[in-house]
Structures are given as structure tokens and as C-alpha cells.
Design a protein around this ligand. Sequence first.
Ligand code: ZN
Length: 78
Amino acid sequence: MTCAELAEALHDYVGGDLVLAVHETFEVHVAGCPECGALVRTYRYTVRLAAALPKCGPLPPAVEARLRAALAAELEDG
Ligand SMILES: [Zn+2]
């Protein structure tokens, strides 16, 4: 598994949705890759923070599009 593949699987990993074989490959990579270890910790922290926020309505479409583009660019850089 490459760092880019790991970044793609990150959401499913944190959500517990990876099949077992992929899950193990993921954890082996994270154990040996400090960058991806930091990525997983940051992602989990962000998910926890977001879950603790009060509920609000959906983002305005323009804001959501910008946010998704920024996140995609960030993942590609990694
Ligand atoms: Zn990595």
C-alpha cells in the first residue's frame, strides 16, 4: 500500500468499513510510516472535534465545493 492509497482508504478505516485484509495492510503501513501515522491521528482528532460540534444545516454549495477542492489538493500533496 502506498501513502496515496492509504489516504484514499482513510475514511473507511476510521469508520471501520475496511475489509480485514485491507485493514491489516493499512495498519502495517501506518506502523512503518510516520507521515501516515500523523495523518491517521489528525483525521481521528478532526472527526472527534466535528462530532462534538453542535449540529447545523448543510454548508452552502459554494463553500462545500471549495472545502472539498482544498481537501483533495491537500491529499494529493501528501
Ligand atoms: Zn505512508
